[in-house]
Write a protein that binds this ligand. Structure first.
Ligand code: MN3
Length: 235
C-alpha cells in the first residue's frame, strides 16, 4: 500500500482515537522519528519501597531503551512511516507487512506503553479528587470496585502483558488486558479504546522485588499511582 492510500484510510478510520490522543496534550509518542527514551519524571529510587530502584533502573534504562532502539531500527528502512504517529500505525497494523507488524507491536508498543506508564506513577501520591472518585464509582460501583476489577484483570494476564483502563469509542470506561506489548490502540486488540491507565505485568516490572507475587506488586501499584495524571487524561 502506498503512503497516500495508507494516510487516506488512516485519516478516516482513526479520526476519533487520534484526535483524542492529541487532546491529552503531548502524546506519549511525541517527537519525530527517531524515537527517544523519555526521562523519568522522578528519581529511580523515588518509588521505593513499592517499586524498588534497581527494578526501575533496569526497566527504564534497559528494557524501555531496548524497545526504542529496536523500533528505530525497524523504521530505519521505512521513510514513509517515520512521519506517522505511532497511534496511527497501531490502528492500521493489519495493512503493513507481517515483519513490520510484529516489530511495531513488540517495539512500538513497548515504547508507547512504557512512555504512558512512567508519568502515571508518583512518589508524592495525593488522594483522588472527588470528581475522579465519582466518575470511577459510577462506572465500577466504588473506588474499591474499580481497584478490585482492575487488579483482577492484571492478575488474569497469563504470561506477559498489560492491564488497561480505557475510554471506548462509545464513551464508556472499560477495563481490559493485552498480551505482550499490545495495547488498546491496536487494530488487533480485543477491546479498543483510548488508554487512560495502564499496569505493566511483565515479570521484568516486579520480579526482583516481588518474585512471583504479582498480587503484591499490584497492591504496591495502588500506593504510587498518580491519580492527578489519570484525571488529566480523562478530561
Ligand atoms: Mn515493562
Amino acid at each position: 500500500m502506498n503512503r497516500r492510500a495508507f494516510l487516506q484510510q488512516s485519516a478516516l478510520a482513526t479520526a476519533g482515537l487520534f484526535v483524542a490522543s492529541h487532546a491529552l496534550g503531548a502524546p506519549p509518542s511525541a517527537g519525530p522519528y527517531p524515537y527517544q527514551l523519555p526521562t523519568l519524571p522522578y528519581a529511580p529510587d523515588a518509588l521505593a519501597p513499592y517499586f524498588d530502584a534497581e527494578t526501575m533502573r533496569i526497566h527504564h534504562g534497559r528494557h524501555h531503551q531496548s524497545y526504542v532502539d529496536k523500533l528505530n531500527a525497524a523504521l530505519a528502512t521505512q521513510p514513509d512511516l517515520q512521519a506517522d504517529p505511532l497511534e496511527v500505525l497501531f490502528a492500521h497494523l493489519g495493512m503493513l507487512d507481517p515483519a513490520l507488524q510484529t516489530a511495531l507491536r513488540n517495539h512500538g508498543g513497548g515504547h508507547w506503553n512504557h512512555s504512558f506508564f512512567w508519568p502515571q506513577l508518583t512518589p508524592a501520591q495525593a488522594a483522588p479528587s472527588t470528581a475522579l472518585v465519582a466518575t470511577l464509582s459510577a462506572a465500577f460501583g466504588s473506588m474499591d470496585g474499580f481497584r478490585d476489577q482492575f487488579g483482577k484483570a492484571a492478575l488474569s494476564v497469563f504470561g506477559s502483558g498489560w492491564a488497561w483502563l480505557v475510554r471506548t469509542p462509545e464513551g464508556a470506561l472499560a477495563i481490559t488486558t493485552t498480551p505482550n506489548q499490545d495495547n488498546p490502540l491496536m487494530d488487533a486488540a480485543a477491546v479498543r479504546g483510548r488508554p487512560l491507565l495502564a499496569l505493566d505485568v511483565w515479570e521484568h516490572a516486579y520480579y526482583l522485588n516481588y518474585q512471583n507475587r504479582r498480587a503484591d506488586y499490584i497492591a504496591a501499584f495502588w500506593r504510587v499511582v498518580n491519580w492527578a495524571e489519570l484525571e488529566r487524561r480523562m478530561a
